[in-house]
Design a protein around this ligand. Structure first.
Ligand SMILES: [Zn+2]
Length: 351
């Protein structure tokens, strides 16, 4: 089969590799019908994620068709259309039993990290993928949900909702500011309304992204390139700051923006993937009673979000900016990596 292979920092290729095989009775083999590219894949290609070794097939998002199941797979059969979660869960370890699938201790060399596709084992940017713990890591794609919308549930919708909205403890009436209006920041914006946010402020350096964010539910936009960006945000609050500030970029400057706009007793939810340490002004912040949260998505809300997408309650279509055939994945990477010029959000790849 063909697959997108990481060849070391800055290097990737679309090439022939052996077809995946069943290793464990709980495995399934899935033919990928739709996949996409994540900002995390770009981090890996920069060499920011050393756990990914050369030769690894990238990708952790996918919708596909089951072509083979191990003898221990009971919930799925050949021909089933499935959504693959970016987090693999054996369903039986102590973390899985607590719903903390992100720290599944299964047997796939996870070492307590549930994100293994395109990280610790071969991923979904391929014609076929081996799915460990298929019964507890795959979700049936309903007939009334398209593959393109289904693939948004592998990662971005659960990540935005769980790490931004739930960990940020958004409450009815809250003012929520989301720093970074890329795909995951937009997923936070799109799901903040579920918990009753009154104002949702999109903050980005890119004027186009700030404007586009309104289609996802942002009520206000602030360009962080403006000298008075902070004043603009404070003017949208009661003067004390936002209730919830969500970091969806992954650099120290945007994290510090969050701690500079949150009200006393408010929440800072870090969603971005950072490549360097971030300093924390504890000497200033301790007296503000601020909660700071962070984490790897669990995808334990995937089924709930799927129901909302099936009923048209979330702006799934708005996330899709480009479509390519899977064989054109190198072009798709080029488009996605130049998002400021191409206005790329989610780049859909179809087999
Ligand atoms: Zn587990």
């Amino acid at each position: 089969m063909k697959a997108l292979v990481y060849e070391g920092p800055g290097q990737k290729s679309w090439k022939d590799v052996p077809d995946p095989q069943i290793h464990d009775p709980r495995d399934a083999i899935v033919k990928i019908d739709t996949t996409t590219i994540c900002g995390t894949d770009l981090h890996i290609l920069k060499g920011d994620v050393p756990a990914v070794t050369p030769g690894r097939i990238l990708g952790h998002e996918g919708v596909g068709t089951v072509t083979e199941t191990g003898s221990g797979v009971n919930a799925f059969k050949t021909g089933d259309k499935v959504i693959l979660s970016c987090v693999s869960a054996d369903g039986s370890c102590s973390f899985c039993k607590d719903g903390l699938y992100s720290h599944c201790t299964g047997e796939e060399g996870q070492s307590g990290i549930g994100w293994i596709f395109g990280h610790l084992i071969d991923g979904t940017q391929a014609e076929y993928v081996r799915v460990p713990y298929a019964d507890t890591s795959m979700y049936r794609l309903p007939e009334n949900v398209s593959q393109e919308h289904g693939v948004l549930l592998s990662d971005i919708f659960p990540t935005g909702f769980e790490m931004g909205v739930q960990y940020g403890q958004v409450q009815p009436g809250d003012v929520v500011a989301v720093i970074g209006a890329g795909p995951v920041g937009l997923a936070v914006i799109a799901t903040s309304g579920l918990y009753g946010a009154a104002k949702i402020i999109a903050v980005d350096l890119d004027a186009n992204r700030v404007e586009q964010a309104r289609k996802f539910g942002a009520t206000h936009g602030v360009n962080s390139g403006d000298e008075n960006w902070r004043e603009q945000i404070m003017d949208l609050t009661d003067g004390w700051g936002v209730d919830v500030a969500v970091e969806a970029v992954g650099i120290p400057a945007t994290f510090e923006m969050c701690t500079s706009i949150v009200r006393p007793g408010g929440n800072v939810a870090n969603v971005g993937v950072h490549g360097t340490p971030v300093s924390l002004e504890l000497d200033r912040l301790w007296i503000e009673n601020i909660n700071i949260s962070m984490g790897l998505v669990n995808t334990n809300t995937l089924s709930m979000l799927l129901k909302l997408i099936a009923e048209g309650k979330l702006p799934a279509e708005e996330f899709i900016s480009h479509r390519y055939s899977l064989a054109d994945i190198l072009t798709a990477y080029d488009t996605f990596s130049r998002a400021a010029e191409t206005n790329a959000l989610k780049v859909i790849l179809q087999a």
